[in-house]
Design a protein around this ligand. Structure first.
Ligand SMILES: Cc1cc2nc3c(=O)[nH]c(=O)nc-3n(C[C@H](O)[C@H](O)[C@H](O)COP(=O)(O)O)c2cc1C
Length: 196
């Protein structure tokens, strides 16, 4: 018996990890970014309000300006984020055009679909909430009625990430860690732990 569609979907979801180091030389095209947003605009939305707007960032000067406002991997305090050459090739900045109570849910659904789509396309990414929202709005000259919610960093993968059982966590917490070879480990709760 071959892999079922559900097996393949599970594989894609497990492969769609947060990666924070990229091959900066490998281009991410505007067409790829627009294709990801085109898929994300089809997802469910609270009351079908569709409050999200997406700013594509691929130009080198804009990428540098956005990068300067991002905070990477809070659980790795000795790491200040990707070095030149391993920085994201593009960003999608998810913005709120005025949605109401369910905007954050819409944001999460859209962001995961973008990450899954990027993974299916051979790219990788990381959702970021830790960034200077006012500064990103300013450097991208966003209209006043758009509030940046999330930056999704995207690029060609240059980092190995593996899922681990929570029991493997060195300090027993849900914090991710990086080993001596630079492999990034992400502990996840077991099925038994999350089924109630
Ligand atoms: C809502 C949200 C906000 C996040 N913000 C950041 C962030 O600001 N900086 C960062 O490096 N990672 C951020 N992440 C990535 C998480 O750290 C990551 O999802 C977590 O460590 C688990 O790793 P995984 O995505 O590979 O399962 C964010 C993830 C989510 C879902």
């Amino acid at each position: 018996m071959g892999e079922s569609n559900l097996d393949r979907f599970g594989h894609l979801v497990r492969e769609a990890r947060s990666r924070r180091r990229f091959n900066e030389e490998a281009p991410v095209t505007r067409e790829q970014l627009a294709a990801l947003v085109d898929i994300a605009r089809a997802v469910p939305s609270g009351a079908n309000r569709q409050p999200l707007r997406y700013r594509l960032v691929s130009d080198a000067a804009e990428r540098e300006a956005v990068f300067a406002e991002l905070m990477w991997a809070g659980a790795l305090p000795d790491w200040n984020g990707p070095e030149p050459g391993e920085r994201p090739g593009a960003y999608i900045v998810v913005c709120d055009a005025g949605g109401g109570a369910t905007t954050a849910v819409d944001e999460g659904i859209a962001a995961e679909v973008i990450l899954l789509g990027a993974t299916a396309a051979g790219l990788t990414g990381c959702m970021l909430h830790a960034f200077n929202k006012a500064a990103v709005a300013r450097v991208l000259t966003l209209p006043d009625d758009l509030r940046p919610l999330m930056v999704i960093a995207l690029g060609a993968p240059a980092e190995t990430v593996v899922l681990e059982p929570l029991a493997a966590s060195p300090d027993g917490s849900t914090n991710y860690w990086r080993d001596a070879e630079g492999v990034h480990h992400v502990p996840k709760r077991s099925l038994e732990d999350v089924l109630i």
